[in-house]
Structures are given as structure tokens and as C-alpha cells.
Design a protein around this ligand. Structure first.
Ligand code: ZN
Ligand code: MN
Length: 482
């Protein structure tokens, strides 16, 4: 049997994820940390890198980084410091970026991913804090730079080369984003560039222990892009090696339109940056008490919450996964479930009608007009057979559009299910009278004819008859002995 070239190679992928932190102000100055202001309006001498201006550390940025480290199981360095990473580029007027080199805030840690039903641990090397740089835009014949982004607190999460494929890298990014969103450390808005990543990858003959020569694809800002770029780059490396070629350590550019990577520049080494300690900032010293205090603010993480949902509410793993993926949606579910008691029914409503209506209208669950208590009341009406499922969907839609209580809507719209035996008996008689052949068929034991008659009664009731009662009455009326 011949093996495919891909099977003869093992891929190793590592990521450096840059995360913009959700602070009120920038990391070294009081300028607002926000997106969408007119170009170069949220700036000052510090974030413009004017000579003589001095940085003052934003403590909240450090706290959010420590919080992230604690959520990801990192060891927190009680003593860390700032370093200058020197390079020239128009988006960085100081000609150096203040970052952390040898003493980052967090060391180690991991993110667990689920790959084909199997749990896999992706180890983290470190998390450090640095400043974001300005944003260059290139037009035909000219380029511009906007410094609003310069000085945004940027957390860099560096992984071990533990991912074996583009799929695993994508699963990692999704799991990481979920945790960051749960911790509210970042808005995690990809369109606004809150999460950007550099992708490192290499291939080696299956069974080899030493990693192959790696290439790096910089500044990817969509998860889909990361997946496509990796898929392409790993295949390119395998093809190159299969043909006896060598991989060059270099930075490559991803062309999203063409779907290819191309060489950009040979990879710089750490010593090219001439890192040295930042003389204008004091080292960061964290007391045990301050770390404990941050520890006490940690939210329940998605994985733990999924497990609790399954155990506490007895809902399937699939439901728990859908509900927990969004912290606000999970909060909504818990409020409605507590008010209702029928946990599975509430889950069905949230995953079904609610997610459909939110998607159709582009609404967030936090802005939804259906109060959790109102959804619980709707579930109760269905459970008590006061309305049937068609009516319930109509009530839900009305509540989604205009708010309100289900009972009032049921009354206003005349949706109450008819469970009055006398009223239904009359309709049963009418249906039998109009369809004597079907009635005879039922007497002769034909189940199909019973379904037909039942449909007729439901139609006569305009959908409001209690279907179970209709079936009982029809069976009673047409039993062979009757
Ligand atoms: Zn500033
Ligand atoms: Mn960086």
C-alpha cells in the first residue's frame, strides 16, 4: 500500500495570539482605549512617542493579564519587567515597542480543545503584555497611519507547537476566545481587530522527534483565514519536502484572495531587536494578596459550566455546548430554567425559536424583549395544555417583537386550547357526519382513517382543540362496540 505524502509527515503548529484588552484608557497614557474615533484623534505626546514624554503603567491592563493567566492555569510571575523591542516601522514612532522579554507576567498554562470527540491539551509558553502600534493603510500611490490604536494594551499569548493541523488551530482559537469572552478581558471582536494572530508551522517526517524548520504567517485577523492559510502552508511544506526541497525559515504573507502564501522576508532572530530593559518604567511587583484578589473574581469557565449544565439541568451535552458558547445566552437560560423547572423544554425554546429569532433580526440576547420569566410562563402554558405548540410559537413571536406576558397574548389572540369535552364532542360529530366513509373505515380498524378524521376535527377547531382529547373522543365514539 502506498501512503499519501501527507500521511508520511507530521505537522506542528504554534500560535502567537495578540489580544486587545478591554480597559478604559491606553496602557501608558490617559487616552481613551476605543475603536472607531476619527483618525489620530485619540492621541497624546505619550502614544505619539514624542521625545521627553514618559509612560505611566495602567494597572488594570496588568490585572486583566493576570486574570487571563489564572483562567488558563498559568503560573503568575510575582516579579516581571518591561523591555524595549527595537525596530523601525512607520506605525511605531518611538522606533521601539514596549513589551516584556525575559520576565513576562505569566508562564505555562494550557487550553483544552475537543477534536473529533477527543480532548487535547494545547500548552502555553507564556503570556506577556505590550503596547499595540498604529495602523497603516495603503492606498494607490500613498499610505496613511492612524495612531488611535497605538498604546492599546495588547496581551500576547504564545502557545507551544502542540497543534497538529489547521483544524486543531481553529479549535484552539475558538476555545481561547470563549474563555477570554467569559472573563470579559477583551471584547473579542475580530472585525475590530481585537484578536490577531501570528501562525508558526513546520512539518517533519512522521516519527522524527526534532521539529522541522518553521515559517511564520503574520497578523491574521480572521479565524477562517488562519485555517485556510495553515491548510495551504502545511500542504506547501509537505510538497516541498516530498520533492526533496528544503524549507527556509522565513515570514510569509497570506494572500486571502489567491489562497496562497508567499515569501515576505527571512525570519528575524530575537537578537535583531536589541531588547533591553525599559528605563522609564518600574518593574511590576505583585503581592500574593493582589493575585488572590484577582483569583476571587474569576468566572466559572465554559468547560466547567457545560459539565454543570449537564448534571444540574439534566440536558444533553449538545444542548449544554450550544447554550454555554455565549455567556449571556447561558445566563439567560439559567434564569428561565430556574423560573420554569422544565429544563429541557426551556433549552429547546432557547436553542430553537430564540436563536432563530435572534439570528433573523441580528439581535443580541442581552437586548431581547422576552424576559426569562415570560419564557418560563410560556413553557408552563404548553405543559398545562392551555395552548398547543403552534399557538405557543405565535405567542413567542409576539413576545419577541413587542415583549409582554404570554397569558395576556393568549387571551388577546384567542389562542387558548379548547379542552372543553362538550365543545370538542360537537366537532367530532360534525367531522363524522361529513366523512361517513372514514368513520366506517375506523370502525373496521383502519388507523389511517382515524388520522384523517382527527385532522378534520383540528381544522374545524381552527387548530385550537387539544389533540389528545380529540383522539380520545374519536376512539371512544368509533370503537367497534359503539
Ligand atoms: Zn495617549
Ligand atoms: Mn507581539
Amino acid at each position: 500500500m502506498t501512503r499519501s505524502p501527507a500521511a508520511a509527515f507530521q505537522s506542528d503548529v504554534g500560535l502567537e495570539v495578540h489580544v486587545q484588552l478591554k480597559t478604559a484608557s491606553k496602557i501608558w497614557c490617559g487616552c481613551p482605549n476605543r475603536y472607531g474615533s476619527p483618525a489620530n484623534s485619540d492621541v497624546c505626546p505619550v502614544c505619539l512617542g514624542y521625545p521627553g514624554s514618559l509612560p505611566v503603567m495602567n494597572r488594570h491592563a496588568v490585572e486583566l493579564t493576570v486574570k487571563t493567566g489564572l483562567m488558563l492555569g498559568c503560573e503568575i510571575n510575582r516579579y516581571s519587567k518591561w523591555d524595549r523591542k527595537n525596530y523601525f516601522y512607520p506605525d511605531m514612532p518611538k522606533n521601539y515597542q514596549i513589551s516584556q522579554y525575559d520576565l513576562p507576567l505569566c508562564i505555562g498554562g494550557a487550553v483544552e480543545i475537543d477534536i473529533g470527540g477527543q480532548r487535547k491539551r494545547v500548552g502555553l509558553t507564556r503570556i506577556h503584555l505590550e503596547e499595540d502600534v498604529g495602523k497603516n493603510t495603503h492606498y494607490e500611490g500613498r499610505s496613511s497611519v492612524d495612531f488611535n490604536r497605538a498604546g492599546t494594551p495588547l496581551m500576547e499569548i504564545v502557545t507551544e507547537p502542540d497543534m497538529g493541523s489547521a483544524d486543531e488551530a481553529l479549535a484552539f482559537l475558538l476555545a481561547l476566545k470563549e474563555i477570554l469572552a467569559y472573563g470579559a478581558v477583551s471584547d473579542c471582536n475580530l472585525e475590530e481587530g481585537n484578536l490577531r494572530c501570528d501562525v508558526n508551522c513546520s512539518v517533519r517526517p512522521a516519527g522524527d522527534t526534532a521539529l522541522g524548520v518553521k515559517t511564520e504567517i503574520k497578523n491574521m485577523n480572521t479565524f477562517k483565514g488562519v485555517h485556510r492559510a495553515l491548510d495551504h502552508e502545511l500542504k506547501r511544506q509537505i510538497a516541498e519536502r516530498t520533492q526533496g526541497g528544503a524549507i527556509v525559515q522565513e515570514t510569509r504573507r497570506w494572500d486571502d484572495e489567491m489562497g496562497v502564501t508567499s515569501a515576505m522576508r527571512t525570519k528575524e532572530q530575537a537578537h535583531d531587536y536589541r531588547y533591553f530593559s525599559e528605563p522609564d518604567l518600574l518593574p511590576v511587583v505583585l503581592s500574593k494578596e493582589s493575585i488572590d484578589e484577582i483569583s476571587s473574581t474569576l468566572p466559572e469557565l465554559p468547560k466547567a459550566r457545560r459539565m454543570r449544565f449537564e448534571a444540574e439541568y439534566g440536558i444533553p451535552a449538545y444542548d449544554a455546548g450550544v447554550l454555554v458558547a455565549d455567556r449571556a445566552l447561558a445566563d439567560y437560560y439559567e434564569a428561565a430554567a430556574a423560573a420554569s423547572g422544565n429544563y429541557k423544554a426551556v433549552s429547546n425554546w432557547v436553542m430553537g425559536e430564540m436563536l432563530r429569532a435572534l439570528a433573523e433580526t441580528g439581535t443580541e440576547i442581552t437586548g431581547c424583549r422576552v424576559e426569562p420569566e415570560a419564557l418560563a410562563a410560556l413553557v408552563r402554558l404548553v405543559d398545562e395544555k392551555a395552548i398547543n405548540s403552534t399557538g405557543a410559537k405565535e405567542v413567542f413571536q409576539e413576545m419577541f417583537e413587542r415583549g409582554g406576558e404570554p397569558q395576556g397574548i393568549v387571551e388577546a389572540r384567542g389562542l387558548a386550547q379548547v379542552s372543553d369535552t362538550g365543545a370538542i364532542e360537537a366537532l367530532v360529530e360534525q367531522a363524522i357526519g361529513e366523512h361517513p366513509d372514514s368513520a366506517q373505515d375506523v370502525r373496521n380498524g383502519k388507523e389511517k382513517a382515524l388520522q384523517h378524521l382527527m385532522g378534520q376535527v383540528m381544522r374545524l377547531s381552527r387548530g385550537k382543540a387539544n389533540p389528545q382529547l380529540v383522539l380520545e373522543l374519536l376512539r371512544e365514539r368509533l370503537s367497534p362496540g359503539a
